[in-house]
Design a protein around this ligand. Sequence first.
Ligand code: SAM
Ligand code: DTB
Ligand code: SF4
Length: 335
Amino acid sequence: MNEINVSTSEKDRDIRHDWTAEQALELFALPFADLIHRAQTLHRRYFDPNTVQMASLLSVKTGGCPEDCAYCPQAAQYDTGVDAAKLMDVETVLAEAKAAKDAGATRYCMGAAWRSPKDRDMDAICAMIEGVRGMGMEACATLGMLTPAQAQRLQDAGLDYYNHNLDTSESFYSEIITTRTYADRLDTLQAVRDAGIKVCCGGILGMGEAARDRAEMLVTLAGLSPHPESVPINMLVQVEGTPLEGREELDPLDFVRTIAVAKIMMPASTVRLSAGREEMSDELQALCFLAGAGSIFVGPKLLTTANPEQDKDANLFRRLGIHGEDIGPVSTDTL
Ligand code: SAM
Ligand code: DTB
Ligand code: SF4
């Protein structure tokens, strides 16, 4: 973590796990300038505000997923035009990873459209993780639910982060996903934490949730101890054929507010400006960085949907005086 000289007493005051939904809603209701000032002040206590971490994503197993997540183009039961594919070869994944590293990515995140990985797939996934770390990038994976034994195998392969999102509040969750429970999600997060892998966990906005749902999701995230090291905040990418196609769009300023509230509630965590950037103006993204976003996905594709081209992001970074992070050598102790 990029902590900058934070005293123990400051940290004790900043890092709380007892936020309530009412307190979160009070933060959401602050005048915009006050909210952003508070978030940016905390962000500066833990991070260089002009550094934005760049991660690259690859769908290593696309489509045909048995789950029913209402936002997802990869669920088999929705007709979205995403064809089901097999798990990619390790060599192909590593060639893509090398290209992402050459383009400036310092973290490589591999996603699979699974409810959970099959044990027979674990050898290939572990080889991908070892290969990514071997080329000097941090490795992240998002493969669905994990057993404690699977989490341990990923840790043994050197996995730095595991992404598993809560997506929304517990009360709104059943309107979005019925094939697994909120408790299942929390169990996987615990398995990841217990295995010693860093946790990447956040949610999606713009699914028709109420402000209270956004507040409650952040309260659950901040209630995790320790906080997730990485908190992705996704703007719903509306995909034709999914049940959420045509949902009323979120006020973009409410998206910025959510980033700011996440930063205030989990100031030492990296809040990730995740899906949805393709539809965002440069000015909206600049507000997200001011609100404390410290990481983005780079490269023209997320998992199956579009993301801004590299030159567009490079131009935005230049205009804002932002640069990517230098993570230095990645430890290969575990390899
Ligand atoms: N299948 C695994 C799982 O669900 O845990 C891993 C891959 S899944 C695609 C990773 C995350 O991508 C989801 O939890 C969700 O938060 C996000 N996501 C998927 N579709 C999205 C969309 N249309 N817009 C925004 N975020 C999306
Ligand atoms: C996360 O929170 N967002 C990323 C990553 N974790 C895996 C995924 C976004 C997916 C957007 C839809 C798609 O491209 O399929
Ligand atoms: Fe499957 Fe993950 Fe998509 Fe849900 S979000 S349908 S689990 S790929």
